[in-house]
Write a protein that binds this ligand. Structure first.
Ligand SMILES: C[S@@+](CC[C@H](N)C(=O)[O-])C[C@H]1O[C@@H](n2cnc3c(N)ncnc32)[C@H](O)[C@@H]1O
Length: 711
């Protein structure tokens, strides 16, 4: 829908097109889209034509093909056709998190170990299986020389310390593919500072040389940041245009349940179906994809200015419900998850998020500094025909791979452990934890080892990293990666994380990259769209809360160099992130949140849908596919201090002491089910209300802390 999602995707597209995206657009998102649909109708995108010629399918089934129709709505129809180029699809060895690390059915009654084993696909397949060889590089392309043979006139430059500015590329002659790149992974202007000062340093039309490479890269960053700013501004304007523009339009279904529209302009004859009509429609097999697309656009437009545009007698919640239902069928989610994710964003932005999940993220690799330097690795890969560039200023080990004539997961450099295929987002928790040479570090849920090996490298193979994972099968790929990357300071073990610190404790730093639902990596694992239920989220959240307390208790508060815990997930839901961190803060008064040190990312929620969290939750960071062009991710950093005995009157502290004692005694500690139950019930009530049903009266809330103590 908005240009924003399109701008940041990893889809290869000509630079010209990317620049087009930066054009200031018309103010009103809805109007713009409506107009563009018209033009799209005159000149439908190819895939729309194809599917139109075929028997009608349900939206979810046809979406892959029909998706271009939405892109027409974004104004793509008039843009130059991108160069034919397949996106690399591979299983990320780190955040193969998707299917392999996501939640599976859990037997609540089984014991710790059995349960932990049953939670996840037993996948050893952290290793890269696809390859960039799959890239369909346009035959006869004028830049084939870049891909086919060694790069000419490579200027290796000096072995400067500052490797960031020394990527060894000097491409000669014809226009380079380096200029036809998709937009980069960047922090957006809205949540990070951008340095635009260098952007004019270099003539963008000239060939890329080693000298101008960094400036080019910065200019790209700056341009993308500017575009992002424009997009954010557009979004703000669109929302301000609505008199209803609550801070969070997604919440409006709760707020405005009974409010009715004033009978605004139904300019295109759009009539919102009633609940009965929707049911009828479903029985008939659902609407055709064009109807769904149009309805989604209309609902977004109307919800952007509900008071003016909402039809008389219709409640805001009816539009919201329709939109969620259409999102679910169009993008292929179950309605529960569609609603859960929808609620995270203002309406228009939610669509961007869902759109971004349809596009693969950029392929990225992390230089293994135990074996090589980034500039040398870049040189070696360029010589093999790999088109790459540094990821961004925030990492000096990451490279973004644009295209390659060789399988990127099977190059001699890969086999020799010079790099790890790793999602850019998964660099973040390690950067935040910042393990130091000589320290004792625990990676509590570590397979297949993307972060373990990163930490080992930062520690320069000194000290020790305990790489644990409950899933024994997955520790095989972990061990393989540890060997391949030459990590000599890693001890691999396989315990349920909840057995720490009983197994071993006293770590300077702990990373808990928790098992999660994988809602941040839907573009890698579409099964998440349909296989997550409400129960899964509450069980996961429960497990995460248990793990985080054990992680905290495994940190040595007296550590001379550290005393830190980083909690991360590749999920964007609040239950798995802020709710878990907030819980930890309440249960462990000896920890506090500190700045992650990450340069970008949106602040974590301090309140969400009626629930208030600790103010310091704003120090945690959220990353989104549609904003940062990386997997959805969450990072929180804690400083663990010495525990002090707390006096009785403080119920929460009391709980903490009890739990602490229980943990130390090796007992499974009290867990606050009553509290979770309250949230589950509240959620149910909201969804009933949204569906026009009257929820039963609230049951008396359980006295939270006391319940935990008693349990
Ligand atoms: C998000 S993945 C970890 C990815 C890893 N940190 C990396 O960077 O490659 C979560 C991991 O948690 C493991 N896991 C699940 N339940 C666990 C538990 N109770 N204790 C320890 N590990 C667990 C899963 O087997 C899975 O490998």
């Amino acid at each position: 829908m908005g240009r924003r999602a399109k701008n940041k995707q990893g889809d290869p597209q000509p630079l010209a097109q990317a620049q087009d995206n930066a054009r200031p657009s018309q103010k009103k998102l809805g109007k713009r889209k409506a107009d563009e649909v018209d033009s799209g109708a005159k000149r439908p995108a190819k895939k729309v034509k194809e599917s139109a010629a075929k028997p009608a399918k349900t939206p979810a089934a046809t979406k892959g093909k029909e998706k271009s129709a939405l892109k027409v709505a974004k104004g793509k129809a008039d843009q130059p056709k991108p160069k034919k180029q397949k996106q690399a699809r591979f299983e990320d060895e780190d955040d193969g998190a998707g299917s392999s690390e996501g939640w599976e059915d859990v037997d609540e009654d089984s014991d710790l170990k059995t349960q932990a084993k049953s939670l996840f696909h037993d996948s050893d397949e952290g290793e890269f299986v696809g390859d960039l060889d799959d890239l369909d590089i346009e035959v006869g392309d004028e830049n084939d020389d870049l891909l086919g043979g060694p790069v000419e006139e490579l200027d290796l430059g000096s072995d400067d310390e500052d490797e960031e500015s020394e990527l060894p590329v000097k491409l000669k002659g014809k226009k380079s593919k380096q200029q036809d790149r998709p937009l980069k992974i960047i922090p957006t202007a809205s949540d990070a500072s951008s340095d635009e000062s260098d952007e004019d340093e270099d003539d963008e039309d000239g060939p890329i040389t080693m000298k101008n490479m960094e400036a080019r890269s910065r200019a790209l960053d700056a341009r993308a940041a500017r575009e992002a700013e424009l997009n954010a501004e557009e979004m703000r304007l669109a929302e301000l245009a609505g008199e209803e523009s609550d801070d969070d339009l997604a919440d409006a279904d709760d707020v405005d349940m009974d409010e009715e529209g004033e009978g605004g302009d139904d300019s295109e004859g759009f009539v919102l179906p009633t609940a009965e009509e929707r049911e009828e429609e479903k029985k008939r097999g659902g609407p055709d994809v064009h109807t769904v697309q149009r309805r989604m656009r209309e609902c977004v437009r109307i919800l952007g200015n509900f008071k003016k545009l909402g039809a008389k007698g219709r409640a805001r919640s009816e539009y919201v419900q329709q939109l969620i239902s259409d999102i679910a069928s169009y993008y292929g989610y179950n309605e529960f998850l569609a609603e859960k994710l929808f609620q995270l964003f203002p309406v228009a932005e939610a669509i961007e998020f869902f759109e971004a999940n349809e596009v693969p993220r950029p392929v990225t690799i992390r230089t293994n500094t135990l074996r090589t330097r980034r500039r040398d690795l870049a040189q070696a890969l360029i010589n093999r025909g790999v088109n790459l560039e540094p990821i961004g200023k925030w990492t000096n080990v990451g490279l973004q791979v644009f295209e390659s004539s060789v399988p990127i997961g099977a190059t001699p450099e890969y086999l020799a452990g010079h790099y790890m295929l790793q999602a850019a987002s998964s660099f973040l928790p390690v950067i935040a934890l910042s393990p130091q040479p000589g320290e004792r570090v625990l990676d509590m849920a570590s397979a297949p080892g993307g972060k373990t090996t990163h930490m080992a490298a930062l520690m320069q193979n000194t000290g020790v990293v305990f790489a644990n994972d409950a899933n024994k099968a997955r520790t095989k790929s972990l061990t393989a990666n540890v060997h391949r990357l030459g990590c000599k300071n890693v001890v691999v073990c396989s315990y349920d994380g909840r057995e720490f610190p009983k197994v071993i404790g006293g770590f300077d730093r702990v990373l808990l990259d928790a098992p999660c639902s994988g809602t941040g990596v839907i573009s890698k694992d579409a099964s998440v769209k349909t296989n997550k239920s409400e129960r899964d989220f509450s069980l996961l959240s429960h497990l995460q809360k248990q793990l985080i307390l054990c992680a905290i208790d495994s940190v040595q508060p007296d550590s001379k160099t550290g005393g830190y815990l980083v909690y991360s997930t590749c999920s964007v839901t609040v239950d798995e992130n802020e709710a878990v961190v907030d819980y930890a803060l309440r249960k462990r008064p000896n920890v506090k949140l500190v700045d992650t040190g990450l340069e970008f990312g949106r602040p974590g929620y301090t309140s969400y849908r009626g629930k208030t969290f600790n103010d310091k939750l704003s120090l945690t960071r959220r990353f989104y596919p549609h904003v940062h062009n990386m997997d959805g991710f969450y990072v929180a950093k804690f400083k663990v201090e010495k525990r002090t005995k707390v006096t009785k009157p403080d119920a929460v502290a009391d709980t903490a002491v009890d739990m602490e004692e229980a943990t130390e005694a090796g007992e499974s500690f009290a867990f606050n089910d009553a509290e979770d139950q309250q949230y589950i019930e509240e959620d149910k009530r909201k969804r009933m209300r949204a569906k026009g049903l009257k929820p039963p009266p609230r049951s008396k809330p359980a006295p939270v802390a006391v319940a935990a103590v008693a349990a």
